[in-house]
Structure formats: structure tokens, C-alpha cells
Design a protein around this ligand. Structure first.
Ligand code: BYC
Ligand code: FE
Ligand code: FE
Length: 480
């Protein structure tokens, strides 16, 4: 039994009894300097000596797991924290359902498991790389702090996966841990593994969309891995999910505040036509149609992260018991799915419609469907802000087949409403649907730093409250 108390004085804070495992400790201590090098060269640019009011995980108990204080980011205590073990936990799905959960890597599934852990690990530093230049154009110190909070925690999520690789996968685990610091978002020679993690996050609206949609893919995948029969992976992911909630909060409230600033400025100027873009942009806010185009882009890029709708990889992961469904342990069925089917949207005779496929092969589509439901809640609340201002406009989630590069819809052209069209028509109408060169120039022009405490850039409303009961005007970052 590992003790649950967090050893916070160790070089690497942990609750996995690192002090009793000198071999692992040495391996992690050898990896540490490379991580710090990566953080200094690829992490937040220009703010490494700033003192940031950060949350640090110091316990894994439900209430009070975090403390808040000023920290210089390179001195953040990235720790290895597993959620408390569940007594007598069993494998929740697949052919071994009901057998005791594995505490060691099950031999036959070693390669599969390693691959899942590596893919999960790869996304974490990728997002930090994508966001590295946003600090210098923060719309407020409050937002800057939230950006850095997300960044240090994604760094910790990398540690979480590296711990699993180093502890359970011997030499190839060490090699993979090394490679996680060598690949780079957007690189020609050594890109990150999944598509969306090689895209740019060029401005703060993209950052908020990314944390709303793409961090939510993180949530869904972590939920599925938290259902793993490999117990150390499950416990790691369960604790990561505690941190993940804040990332999506940053995205949800960020977009809502952008929408709010736009609506308030329009109301003050007596503009009620959301499509009068010229007039709206004169107010120094982001027009609603541009916000819709950003939504379309980030949502569709994120849908690609669920892989192909029909996937034998997904079936194998589930059968093996190493990746479950969303809330697997709360679902009421046989958890094997051998004879079940699942409806997957497909192109049939030129029309998009659901087709029943073997449930095991449809697991990526199922998780993606759960994700799509989960996305709608915040969008509905953004729309309440617009309706409350009396503006006739609704942000919509695009059709699942719109702008896709992976899976069933990769080779067809579909409008955001779900109409299949010819490729040249799609290209002609692209600028109605996805961010344009003009949007880019305008939005990037708005990205001017606002570093005075309590002040916010014109295009974003202040938050309704601050962090940890501090007011919005609290000095969230002490600049060097
Ligand atoms: N881009 O059978 P298929 C997060 C590859 S985000 C490029 O359809 P599978 C975070 C695929 O690897 C959560 N390649 O896919 C968020 C496969 O390659 P191989 C990250 C792609 O395996 C914000 C081939 O195509 N965690 O944490 O069923 C900030 C055929 O694939 C893509 C995970 O993803 C793509 N989009 O499903 C920070 C969980 N999609 O094997 C962090 C672990 C597919 O033929 N990963 N391919 O060489 C998985 O469970 C699965 O790997 C996937 C893909 C769901 C991603
Ligand atoms: Fe993460
Ligand atoms: Fe995250």
C-alpha cells in the first residue's frame, strides 16, 4: 500500500512513495533537468521571473487539495499525485470484466497501454507550446494568471504520464519520456502526435475556444482512461480530472466574457444588427459572426481528436479493459458489448444518417457523441447573454461532418448545417464558416497588453468574481 500523504519536501512532491523506490527516483531526477530546459525554452515566453498567484496541488483529498500563493513558474512544484485507491477495484469492461484491477502492466497489453499513455502525455506539453506567446498580449493580469495556471498544470499532466512510463515500462518507457520533450507542436521534423496539437493558438479568443473545446476532449479521454483496468493509470487520470475542471472554466467564462463585451458595446452604441461588422469593429470588440467562425474551427478540430468513428483500435482498448466508456462504472449493461450495436453517422447514398455498427467498433463515435452533448451546455449559456442583450443571433455548434480531417467525413464537403456540397462550392463559401484572413488581422490587432490591475481590454468583460475569493482587481501577477 502506498501512503496517501503527499511528501511535499521532496525534490519531486509525490504521494507514490518515491523515497522508497530509489531506482525510479533516480530515473525521474534524471528526466527533471530536461523538463526544466523544455519549460524555459518552450513554456510561457517572457514571464519566467514573474510571481504568479497560482494554485498548487498539495493533497489528493476532496476538499482543500490545493493551496494558492505567489510562485515563479520555474519554481512551481510539479508533483506526482494519484487519487486514493479504490478498495477491491475490478476491471470495469471488456473480456476481463470483474477480475481484480491490474497493479502491474498486463503483459499482452503492454504495447497498447504504452501507446495510449504516450499519446495522452504528448498533448500536455503540446498545449503549453501552442500557448507560449499569449502572456505578452494578455487582456488583464487576471487572464494572464489563468493562462499560466493552465500551463503549469498541463506541465504536471506531462509529469503524470512520465511517471507511469518510467515506473512501469522500463527502458522503452524512459525513451518515450525523452521523446515527449523532443517532439514539438507545429514542427516539420518532429510534430506532436495528434492534429489539433500542431495548430496555432494565435490569439486569446482561440485560447478560450481551445480550453473550452480541446481541454474538454482532454476531460473525455481522461474519463475514459480513468476507467482503465490498469489501476495506476486510472488513479492518475482521476486526479488530473480535478485540475481539468478549471481549464474548461477558463474557456467557458472567457468566451462568455468576450460575447458579453460585444453585446454591451453594441447596446451602448445602439447597434442591434450583429452583421453590421464594420460598425461593431469600430467599437473595439469582436463581432458575433467572427466568434461563430472561431467556434466552428475549434469545435471541428477537436472532433478529429476522437479518431475514426469505427475503429478496431478502440475495440481492442475496450476489450482489453484498458480504456472504458464515459462513466463506464455507472452504465447499466454487460460491459462487454459483444453483441450490441451503436448508431454511427455515415454518408449513405449522398445523405448523412445514422447506421448501426458493432458497438465495440463504434466506441470512438460514442465518446465523441458524449463530448458533443457536453459542449452544448456552455454554448446555450453564451447564447443567453446575447438574447439578454436583445440581439438576434445564436452561436451554434457546427454539424459533426463539417470541416473534418479524420474519419468518416474526411473526404467530403459538408456545410455547418450538415448539407453535403461539392468541394468547389465549399471552398467558395469557406470564409462564411471559418476564420478569415481579415478576422485574423482584426483580432490580432486587438491583442494589446493590459497589465494594470483591475483593467481589462476593450474586447473582454471583467469576470464576475476573481480567483479564490480575491476580487478581479487583485494583483494576480507581479511582473518582474
Ligand atoms: N490526429 O483507429 P483510429 C488532452 C491516428 S486531449 C492524428 O481512428 P484510435 C489535452 C491514430 O493514432 C486528450 N492522428 O484511432 C487537451 C491511429 O494511428 P495508428 C488526449 C490520428 O486509435 C488540451 C490511426 O490514426 N488523449 O488531454 O481509435 C490540452 C487510426 O486511428 C488522429 C487521448 O487522445 C488525429 N486527430 O483513436 C492539453 C487519449 N486520430 O495507431 C491536453 C489516448 C487518429 O494507426 N488516445 N489518429 O498509428 C486514444 O485513445 C486514441 O489514440 C485516439 C485515436 C482516440 C486519439
Ligand atoms: Fe491536461
Ligand atoms: Fe487541460
Amino acid at each position: 500500500m502506498t501512503s496517501q500523504a503527499v511528501d511535499y519536501n521532496a525534490l519531486i512532491p509525490n504521494n507514490v512513495g518515491l523515497a522508497d523506490d530509489p531506482k525510479l527516483q533516480r530515473a525521474l531526477e534524471r528526466w527533471h533537468p530536461g523538463y526544466i530546459d523544455w519549460w524555459m525554452s518552450m513554456g510561457p515566453d517572457g514571464f519566467q521571473t514573474a510571481e504568479v498567484y497560482l494554485r498548487t496541488a498539495i493533497s489528493v483529498e476532496r476538499g482543500g487539495w490545493a493551496k494558492f500563493d505567489y510562485v515563479k513558474m520555474p519554481e512551481y512544484r510539479w508533483g506526482i499525485l494519484l487519487a486514493p485507491p479504490e478498495e477491491d477495484r475490478t476491471i470495469p469492461c471488456g473480456e476481463h470484466v470483474g477480475e481484480p484491477a491490474w497493479q502491474e502492466v498486463p503483459g499482452p497489453y503492454r504495447a497498447m497501454l504504452r501507446r495510449l499513455i504516450v499519446i495522452q502525455g504528448d498533448t500536455e506539453p503540446a498545449s503549453v507550446e501552442q500557448q507560449r506567446y499569449l502572456g505578452s498580449v494578455s487582456p488583464s493580469l487576471y487572464d494572464m494568471r489563468n493562462l499560466f495556471q493552465v500551463n503549469v498544470e498541463e506541465g504536471r499532466h506531462l509529469w503524470a504520464m512520465v511517471y507511469l512510463l518510467q515506473k512501469y515500462f522500463g527502458r522503452d518507457g524512459r525513451e518515450e519520456a525523452h521523446e515527449l520533450l523532443a517532439r514539438q507542436s507545429g514542427s516539420e521534423e518532429k510534430p506532436r502526435m495528434l492534429g489539433a496539437f500542431n495548430e496555432e493558438t494565435p490569439d486569446w479568443l482561440s485560447f478560450f475556444m481551445f480550453t473550452y473545446f480541446t481541454d474538454r476532449d482532454g476531460k473525455m479521454q481522461l474519463e475514459a482512461l480513468a476507467q482503465s483496468g490498469f489501476d495506476p493509470l486510472s488513479r492518475t487520470c482521476r486526479f488530473m480530472l480535478a485540475e481539468e475542471a478549471h481549464h474548461m472554466f477558463v474557456g467557458y467564462t472567457g468566451v462568455r466574457r468576450v460575447v458579453q463585451a460585444t453585446c454591451e458595446a453594441m447596446a451602448a452604441a445602439g447597434i442591434d444588427d450583429p452583421y453590421d461588422v464594420e460598425a461593431v469593429r469600430k467599437l473595439g470588440v469582436i463581432d458575433l459572426p467572427a466568434i461563430q467562425r472561431k467556434t466552428n474551427l475549434h469545435y471541428s478540430l477537436t472532433l478529429d481528436l476522437f479518431g475514426s468513428e469505427e475503429s478496431t483500435n478502440a475495440a481492442n482498448f475496450f476489450n482489453a479493459g484498458i480504456k472504458g466508456r464515459y462513466h463506464e462504472d455507472q452504465l447499466d449493461d454487460d460491459h462487454r458489448l459483444v453483441d450490441d450495436t451503436y448508431p454511427v453517422m455515415k454518408l449513405v447514398d449522398g445523405l448523412l444518417r445514422p447506421v448501426e455498427v458493432p458497438a465495440l467498433n463504434g466506441l470512438n463515435a460514442r465518446l465523441r457523441d458524449d463530448f458533443m452533448d457536453d459542449c452544448q451546455g456552455g454554448v446555450t449559456r453564451w447564447n443567453r447573454v446575447i438574447a439578454g442583450a436583445g440581439i438576434d443571433f445564436e452561436i451554434r455548434l457546427s454539424h459533426v461532418a463539417f470541416n473534418r480531417a479524420i474519419g468518416e467525413f474526411a473526404d467530403i464537403s459538408v456545410t455547418p448545417e450538415g448539407e453535403v456540397v461539392e468541394a468547389d462550392e465549399w471552398e467558395r463559401r469557406r470564409d462564411d464558416w471559418l476564420p478569415t484572413a481579415d478576422d485574423k488581422t482584426y483580432i490580432e490587432g486587438l491583442m494589446q497588453p493590459e497589465f494594470r490591475p483591475g483593467e481589462f481590454a476593450s474586447w473582454i468583460a471583467p469576470p464576475s468574481k476573481g480567483i479564490q475569493n480575491m476580487p478581479p482587481e487583485f494583483l494576480y501577477v507581479r511582473l518582474p
